[in-house]
Design a protein around this ligand. Structure first.
Ligand code: FE
Ligand code: FE
Length: 401
């Protein structure tokens, strides 16, 4: 009787997090075989644009898992018509391996929603559930333990919680970085094939795109919940440019790109900085969360080929600085008061911006400096010099300084 692991997923694309999980699973459960089963059409999600087709994802998996001992890539789900359900796959495998012990590999989120799956009792009868840890907190892992205990009684199910090593990376992040020209966390052969075929926008020339296409691509690189803010900033920037005599098209482009790297985590921010040879201050290095304006500007220049005026406006949109250009002021303030923003004081900004742009910029700076101080956080030196520069009693402030 062999111990056989089953590792399904969309693998779009397969990355080093997947191959490490496969190795860990094989070692810790003492598996004789590990079947990697890419899904043809995942039941719960449509694949994003620019994704390779099923046969190509199968090939990517063969490359990604080539060096993982005991792993074999299976085309079982790809040969079947219609959506892939785990229960159908398990039944087919059970038929071909009637005497083997099957381990179905799943993430913690999948165990927590296991009741919602198709035929959970039957899945649990056919296989042991092996729950693999990502970087969840202890609190989540406790919830998983409770869920496992309850499912063991009610279904009943055999459940193993695997205390594995893991790397914090997702296919979504990997796709974003490919589009932004900074591939990360891929096995070399997988990366080569993706770049050769130009999947996930990696092979597209994204320079000087017409606004509609630029907007479409920018929105596709954001999390769902940030999209209204990005659109709102772009539209507000265009309107302010018309009101104050800046170029409305440049304002709209800077607005749509201003948060282009915002969905990336701290280590990916630093990865973009290395990729585009950016020099960082100590404050920036220690606070990668503040970096998205800087990395956004680098990407706007290198990937989207935007002009310097647009890149500079993106660069300064979080901190501001002394003596901003008209476009820089517009992006700073549009980001602050676009229609989706709601915080005490936003209405003051919205009315000021109609009559006195510099006063609105000062109001924004003043509010954020106060907030940072209240929270005990460091205020960026560029924000402080901007605050002094736009202070209504500037001359008196300068004498004090
Ligand atoms: Fe931002
Ligand atoms: Fe923003």
């Amino acid at each position: 009787m062999a111990r056989v692991g089953i590792y399904g997923g969309s693998f779009n694309p397969p990355h080093v997090g997947h191959s490490l999980a496969a190795r860990e699973m094989t070692d810790r459960l003492g598996l004789d075989r590990l079947l990697i089963v890419p899904a043809a059409v995942p039941p719960h999600k449509a694949l994003p644009d620019g994704s390779p087709g099923a046969a190509d994802r199968l090939e990517l998996c063969r490359l990604a898992f080539a060096d993982v001992p005991k792993a074999e890539v299976s085309d079982l789900e790809l040969r079947r018509e219609g959506p892939s359900y785990t229960i159908d796959t398990l039944r087919a495998l059970r038929q071909s391996m009637p005497d083997d012990e099957l381990f179905l590999m799943m993430g913690t989120d999948m165990l927590l929603s296991f009741d919602l799956w198709r035929e959970p009792e039957e899945i649990a009868r056919l296989a042991t559930l092996a729950v693999v840890r990502r970087e969840e907190s202890e609190a989540v892992w406790d919830e998983v333990r409770r869920k496992a205990a309850s499912l063991s009684r009610t279904l009943p199910a055999r459940i193993v919680l695997v205390e594995n090593r893991c790397v914090q990376v997702s296919s979504t992040t990997v796709r974003r970085l490919l589009a932004l020209g900074a591939p990360l966390a891929l096995e070399p052969a997988v990366e080569r094939m993706i770049l050769e075929r130009g999947w996930y926008l990696s092979g597209c020339d994204l320079k000087n795109l017409p606004f509609d296409r630029l907007s479409e691509i920018s929105l596709s690189l954001h999390d769902e919940k940030r999209r209204p803010h990005v659109l709102g900033t772009s539209q507000t920037a265009r309107a302010l440019a018309l009101r104050w005599g800046a170029d409305p098209d440049l304002a709209a482009r800077a607005g749509i790109l201003h948060d282009i790297t915002k969905a990336l985590g701290p280590s990916e921010q630093l990865h973009i900085c290395r990729k585009y040879d950016m020099v960082l201050t100590e404050l920036q290095r220690d606070n990668p969360k503040l970096l998205h304006a800087k990395t956004g500007a680098a990407v706007a220049r290198a990937v989207f080929g935007e002009c310097e005026a647009v890149c500079e406006a993106i660069y300064w949109h979080t901190t501001g600085k002394a003596n901003m250009s008209l476009l820089e002021k517009i992006i700073y303030i549009a980001d602050y008061m676009e229609p989706n923003r709601s915080f005490p004081g936003v209405e003051i900004l919205r009315s000021l911006v109609e009559t006195d742009l510099d006063a609105a910029v000062f109001e924004g700076l003043d509010q954020s400096v106060r907030l940072l101080r209240k929270q005990g956080r460091i205020v960026d030196p560029d924000s402080l010099s901007a605050w002094r520069c736009y202070h209504p009693n500037k001359d008196r402030e300068e004498q004090k300084a």
